[in-house]
Design a protein around this ligand. Structure first.
Ligand code: DGY
Length: 326
């Protein structure tokens, strides 16, 4: 097989890099820190692999030989889907291997916001645990409360399993269409119910957003959304930051009835130092760590590498994103 040119634009584990190097010419150049090397390799590249960098129209215009882009992520909001489709460039991603890990992260945010884990841990660290804590520092139960899920794909279902089977939580979910639970998740039958959005917002103690970013979801979580939530409810975002109007979220925390927010994602990442979300007392912010465990990030890199090798060999990769559907 002819050796092709691969441009790795975000660090890959050594074992996966070695798989690529065994069959192709590989340049590793992160455009954030090695711009000149990246720019020099791009026009020759047949394949790109990486994540967290916008592969937009301008970048694609400088990559005339490109056959495949392999993203080490499940989300594809960094990619110019229409141009990839128009040029017949394959886009691969990493669904499936991160579901349980992202669900763990979301559950960590449910627990942290309700039981005030970070705040109370800091109290101990600060030497302020000088007497038994009183009601002013009590949290709220998670078990038995109602969970409202926006987005009920693989990750949403993994969250629902934790909630329904582990914490005895009734689950309401809102998705484009009801999921056939008998076929896809029989353990959730009778435990997760497809619910109109207004009803879900009025009934859920926790609203968890797991939405992909697209033209139809950008900014959809707005002031009217927060106003429709049950008083005292908690908002968690483990999907994409730009689905939320962050000013509206802050207003709901400061002047509305939202009790707390747990956020793994933000409209701008890394979160700008000046963002009020960084230090708000009722926000638990995380640095987009949904899938960030050793095991899962390795599994994602492995799947992305396999996808790329398959595509460059002329085979249909295991995980191709349908750019026509976007
Ligand atoms: C993804 O894969 O899209 C996730 O956001 C990474 O955590």
């Amino acid at each position: 097989m002819t050796r092709k040119n691969i441009l790795v634009f975000r660090e890959l584990p050594d074992d996966q890099l070695a798989r690529l190097q065994a069959v192709h010419e590989v340049t590793v150049a992160d455009p954030r820190s090695q711009r000149a090397a990246f720019d020099a390799a791009l026009p020759l590249a047949h394949g790109l692999i990486g994540s967290s960098f916008p592969v937009d129209d301008a970048l694609l215009a400088r990559a005339p030989r490109l056959e495949v882009v392999s993203s080490v992520s499940v989300g594809v909001d960094n990619y110019a889907l229409a141009s990839l489709h128009a040029r017949g460039i394959l886009l691969c991603h990493t669904p499936g291997v991160l579901d349980e890990t992202v669900a763990d992260t979301v559950f960590a945010l449910l627990m942290a916001t309700s039981r005030r884990v970070v705040e109370l841990s800091n109290l101990v660290r600060d030497g302020a645990w000088t007497k038994n804590i009183g009601e002013d520092l009590f949290g709220f139960d998670v078990h038995g409360k109602t969970l409202g899920l926006l987005g009920f794909g693989r990750i949403g279902q993994a969250i629902a399993r934790r909630a329904a089977l582990g914490f005895g939580m009734p689950v309401l979910y809102h998705a484009r269409r009801p999921v056939d639970l008998a076929a896809q998740a029989p353990e959730l039958q009778g435990r997760a119910v497809h619910t109109p959005l207004a009803e879900l917002l009025a009934g859920a103690d926790f609203v968890v957003a797991m939405l992909p970013l697209s033209d139809s979801t950008r900014g959809m979580i707005d002031a009217s959304f927060f106003a429709a939530m049950k008083p005292g409810a908690v908002f968690i975002n483990g999907g994409r930051g730009a689905t939320v109007q962050e000013d509206a979220l802050l207003a709901a925390l400061d002047h509305g009835t939202l009790r707390a927010a747990g956020l793994d994602v933000f409209a701008t990442e890394p979160l700008p130092a000046a963002s009020p979300l960084r230090t708000h007392p009722r926000v638990t912010p995380l640095p987009h760590i949904g899938s960030a465990t050793h095991e899962t990030r390795h599994a994602m890199a492995e799947l992305a590498t396999t996808n790329l090798l398959q595509a460059l060999a002329g085979e249909r990769p295991a995980a191709v994103f349908d750019t026509a559907s976007a």
